[in-house]
Ligand binder design. Structure first.
Ligand SMILES: C[S@@+](CC[C@H](N)C(=O)[O-])C[C@H]1O[C@@H](n2cnc3c(N)ncnc32)[C@H](O)[C@@H]1O
Length: 169
């Protein structure tokens, strides 16, 4: 399709749900394909910030981050909701402040919440009205500055990183 694959990132869940059948290894990873649209048009990579977030060492393509936790479901549940820490790292690594980000399969809009918490703009699309309603509730929730501050701190803690100061609104 003409995309250039830049990295295949492995997200290793630090707290994966157990395998109740006890007939397999515990499923504890997911893959993220980072690609750009064209071979020749350059992409953006915030190398320095990623290094800072990794104790001043180059960030690897294996990310050890927790699976979704209960505070991220305060507005309701989506069956395949992703954690804010994973989406935040992706957004900070690959977009400028004030970027516009599109998620055409937005679900509960974790991408959008992470985008807005860290100063990016967002458009989301989903075919399910209920998920759009859940997204709307999550967006309204972060209009409260106290919640925004708490969520940013929690995301930083989950990423086990320095406090991210980059382009907060
Ligand atoms: C894996 S979920 C996204 C989860 C999201 N990242 C989150 O954290 O909540 C994919 C979403 O795509 C939506 N979807 C699937 N096919 C679609 C289509 N053709 N057009 C729009 N949305 C679609 C589903 O309703 C579902 O909510």
């Amino acid at each position: 399709m003409g995309f250039k694959i830049l990295n295949i990132i492995t997200w290793e869940k630090t707290n994966p749900p157990p395998n109740f059948s006890c007939r397999y290894f515990t499923h504890s990873t997911e893959q993220i394909i980072w690609a750009r649209k064209h071979e020749k048009i350059p992409h953006y990579f915030n190398y320095e910030l990623m290094k800072q977030l990794n104790n001043d060492k180059q960030m690897k393509d294996v990310w050890r981050l927790p699976a979704i936790t209960s505070w991220e479901k305060s507005c309701g549940k989506h069956p395949t909701q992703k954690p804010l820490s994973v989406l935040t790292r992706l957004i900070l690594a690959s977009t400028h402040c004030d970027a516009w980000i599109l998620d055409p399969f937005t679900g509960s809009s974790t991408t959008g919440i992470a985008a807005n918490l860290f100063g990016r703009n967002f458009v989301g699309i989903d075919k399910e009205k209920d998920f759009l309603e859940l997204s709307r509730k999550r967006r309204i929730e972060i209009e409260n500055p106290q919640i925004t501050t708490i969520y940013r701190k929690k995301i930083n803690t989950m990423m086990d990183s320095i406090l991210i100061k980059e382009c907060r609104k």
